[in-house]
Design a protein around this ligand. Structure first.
Ligand SMILES: NC(=O)C1=CN([C@@H]2O[C@H](COP(=O)(O)OP(=O)(O)OC[C@H]3O[C@@H](n4cnc5c(N)ncnc54)[C@H](O)[C@@H]3O)[C@@H](O)[C@H]2O)[C@@H](O)CC1
Ligand SMILES: Nc1ncnc2c1ncn2[C@@H]1O[C@H](COP(=O)(O)OP(=O)(O)O)[C@@H](O)[C@H]1O
Ligand SMILES: [K+]
Length: 504
């Protein structure tokens, strides 16, 4: 599903109205109807619908008419004088009034009543500000947002939570329990500043033809279960360990053997036919007893870490380097040599990214696919910026980096972003804070390593691995864990149940 900017949405809107001849009134009617049927009204009274002066308010007015016709009790508040409404919302307000329904206009003498209603409401529908918002909400929105946010009510936002805007600000924003977005998810839903205000996001169709988005260059998409099912490869009945892929994982050290175990186990669970762990000699006995199915190469060791001498290796379908290798000179030398490995996809994670950041331009010399899997701290180091700058520019920064260096990038965190060398972007929709624990990144690296060899497309491999990893965390918390106790090993153990649903 395409993720769009405000400009894209207005362009699609314009096309639909001007080229397809569908009136704004019709789209607003569709939006209101879709909202009326997807919002659960709950028991009792105390439903407040807030309508602002733009088209977002128009959607709320249509929704109110639909509810009124179904005899659902509510109060509709108009936050501007009716004559200040834009043309389409005004026409819908006329229809609402003509149908015999009532509303209250916010004014000095009604303000207190609204405060009281919001205070005791069980459901607040926010049609105050939509994608036309510029900067922090001004009065009267600011105060009403404060009242709404203090209420114990379930809060539903129409299209976007009021106050969310593409230009970042620190003003008041509607804290939605759920946001019902019209037609397509907006980029702001995945911006770290705004994600938490959106709550649960649902997309409803309001009748814009797909063609309306063809003219818009949309290169960002949501990646979810549907896409995974479509792209997940079937294992051939005559598959053998050679066809399932031979992976070589450079991981571990005397002080960090666990990272190698986690990445190796996850690669094997992820379907790799053969997994070879290359690790410093002294770390090998710490790793091998916990990972029976792998084969091993003992690398030359210097004080429990890679010395930098590359052992003689056979041929592999994928090479991964990083988990637990440490930051000493030896592992830097290792990374340097692996970057020269021709004709094999190379995944760099964790400490390998630390070494890479010494000279990122080396990436430009690579002839085969290169995959980087940084968390925001590692991304900041790769780009020479602050972590905060990574977080506010996750999508744009990733795209610029991938286009400049010709790599695939997995920028981790809530809503992990996968970017291809040409700048296509895929935002992941699964996962939860249970993953915020050491070692879960090593698990992801292992799964990616396996998927790179089984999927025809690197992009699909990355997106599917990221989705699976997040989905496992969701299932673990739904079924037998809490957000607090999940371990990286639990994530590996949880892979089978989600993989089974994908294979079906
Ligand atoms: N195809 C579509 O995209 C459709 C969109 N619709 C709705 O239309 C909305 C966009 O409508 P509009 O373009 O009228 O925009 P809004 O509904 O966001 O309203 C913008 C209004 O708020 C004012 N405003 C902007 N920033 C403000 C701030 N910081 N403080 C106070 N006031 C501020 C502006 O002056 C303007 O009058 C969408 O979010 C959606 O809900 C629907 O009506 C159906 C069709
Ligand atoms: N709050 C969160 N919500 C969703 N996913 C998260 C969250 N916190 C962490 N993750 C995921 O957990 C993993 C952590 O990886 P990383 O930071 O590399 O850990 P480590 O290096 O310790 O293994 C990433 O896949 C990241 O996307
Ligand atoms: K809104």
């Amino acid at each position: 599903m395409k993720i769009i900017t405000v400009k894209d949405m207005y362009e699609a809107d314009r096309w639909t109205m001007e080229e397809a001849g569908l009136d704004e009134i019709v789209l607003m009617e569709n939006a209101g109807a879709a909202l009326a049927s997807s919002i659960q009204v709950g028991e009792g009274n105390g439903r407040v619908i807030l309508a602002g002066k733009g088209n977002n308010g128009g959607d709320a007015i249509v929704m109110a008419r639909r509810w009124a016709e179904q005899k659902i009790p509510f109060s509709l508040w108009l936050l501007c004088p009716p004559e200040k409404l834009r043309s389409a919302p005004r026409q819908h307000l006329n229809a609402y009034v003509a149908a015999g329904h009532s509303f209250t206009v916010l004014a000095p003498d009604t303000k207190e009543l609204l405060a009281e209603e919001l205070n005791v409401a069980h459901l607040i529908v926010d049609g105050m500000l939509g994608i036309g918002t510029k900067g922090a909400p001004r009065e009267p929105y600011r105060t009403i947002l404060q009242w709404a946010n203090h209420s114990q009510a379930i809060r539903i936002a129409i299209d976007v939570p009021s106050g969310v805007s593409e230009d970042i600000h620190q003003g008041e924003v509607f804290k939605a329990t759920r946001t019902i977005t019209l037609q397509a998810p907006k980029t702001t839903a995945f911006h770290p500043r705004w994600t938490s205000f959106y709550g649960q996001v649902e997309v409803v169709d309001i009748g814009l033809p797909d063609k309306a988005f063809e003219k818009v260059e949309v290169r960002r998409q949501l990646w979810g279960q549907e896409q995974v099912r479509r792209t997940y490869p079937k294992r051939a009945p005559d598959a053998h360990k050679g066809t399932a892929g031979k992976a070589c994982v450079f991981a571990g050290s005397f002080t960090m053997p666990g990272a190698a175990v986690l990445a190796g186990k996850a690669a094997i669970r992820g379907g790799a036919g053969l997994t070879t762990i290359v690790t410093p000699k002294s770390a090998l006995p710490l790793i091998a007893p916990s990972l029976t199915e792998a084969t091993y190469v003992a690398a030359s060791d210097e004080d429990g870490h890679f010395s930098g001498e590359l052992p003689a290796l056979g041929s592999f379908d994928a090479i991964t380097v990083g988990p637990g290798i440490g930051r000493r000179k030896g592992s830097a030398l290792l990374v340097d040599q692996l970057l020269e490995a021709e004709n094999v996809p190379l995944l760099l994670d964790a400490d390998a990214l630390y070494h890479l950041s010494e000279d990122v331009s080396r990436l430009k010399r690579r002839g085969s696919p290169t995959i980087l899997t940084p968390h925001p701290g590692e991304m900041a180091q790769l780009c020479g910026v602050k972590v905060q700058d990574v977080q506010t520019e996750r999508l744009n920064l990733s795209r610029r980096f991938c286009q400049e260096y010709g790599v695939f990038l997995v920028l981790k965190g809530p809503h992990t972003v996968v970017t291809t060398p040409s700048g296509e972007q895929f935002v992941n929709h699964s996962g939860n804070a249970a993953l915020a624990k050491g070692g879960t990144g090593d698990v992801l690296t292992g799964v990616i390593t396996a998927f790179m060899m089984s999927h025809g497309s690197v992009q699909a491999a990355l997106c599917n691995a990221v989705w699976l990893h997040g989905k496992v965390a969701e299932v673990l918390v739904e079924e037998k864990h809490s957000l607090t106790d999940v371990t990286a090993s639990d994530v590996i153990d949880g892979l089978p149940s989600v993989l089974r649903t994908v294979e079906k």
